[in-house]
Design a protein around this ligand. Sequence first.
Ligand code: MLT
Length: 395
Amino acid sequence: MDHIINHSFDAIPKSYLFSEVARRVAAFRAAHPESELIPMGIGDVTRPLRRPVIEALKKAAEEQAHADSFHGYGPEQGYDFLREAVLRHYAGFGVRLALEDIFISDGAKSDLGNLPDLFSENCVVLLPDPVYPVYRDSNLMAGRKVKYLAATRENGFAPLPGKDTRGDLVYLCSPANPTGAAYTREQLKLWVDWALASGAVILYDAAYECFIQDDLPHSIYEVEGARECAIEVCSLSKTAGFTGMRCGYTIVPHELAREGQNLHDLWLRRQCTKMNGVAYPIQRAAEAVFTAEGMAACKEDIAAYLRAAAIVADTLDELGVWYCGGKNSPYIWMECPKGLDSWQFFDALLEEAGIIGTPGCGFGEQGEGYFRLSAFSGEANARAAMERLRAWLQS
Ligand code: MLT
């Protein structure tokens, strides 16, 4: 044997993007303990869990203390009470799913990173650039070939398939992380038609669907034919503040098959082997998100994050800085001012204005010269950060 280590790790950056940002911020804090930094980097929620969720969590935790209501290992695809709630959520978009299509997970990141287990190592993976680095890193780690679709200002950061587009798997995220760009139904239909014609599979990340305010698709299954070519991944992290709870859902339609293999069956086989599900109290808390009371509370939080995004957007408009996103998305994707590259602007904002953001180049080569600000920090922080940015730009 000439080697025992997976040398494909050489193909990815040494640190995960948000770990690198955290490392640089920690070094700055250590050198400047008096600094008061405003966190607008990683998309982590700041508003606490809502009452219906907490009550469900407490009740389920108490159940675990009694022999007659104790739950051990749960059903492989998640409890039916939660899968039925997800089914009803999709019905709200006019999408009819079968219960068997729904898999409860510990969040979108793990499933997006693990779904490539279903596909050959020789698959060619298409990724928009810039892109959520999990798609890129997890495929490069597995030694797959990755090809990039430039997401640019010209195409509204929403690349579409052309006659020369070739690939076996394509990842789409709408509204997109990091740019906030969202596909229309007509645009998604182009991807679905392309995948049906070519035999490719779409891995669709809907983690930010709850931010959609305009008449845009919340699910790829709003497009006819998507069940035969797409897997959809979603999470309660952004919808309901579950980043610290860990719960999401993945839809693998039972119709989806390639080369005589049913992808739903393969995913079930994979999950049964490598995962033991999500904790019962967390699934009960997730169920509460989908009640009328739970959803109304989550919508208030989303509206508050969108108000924070609007504060950033209005300030950038006033300052004449180019940006997109922030409307159907918690992310604002801005051009780095003063001709700085992404990491230079990151350093300048951190050191001279005390604002933490995310350098656009961390999401891909096309992200160089751009910067992402997250509105999850909330309205007060957004307002304070924009005052600091205004002062910094005018200094
Ligand atoms: C981000 O900041 O891009 C997200 O928080 C990452 C994630 O959801 O894992």
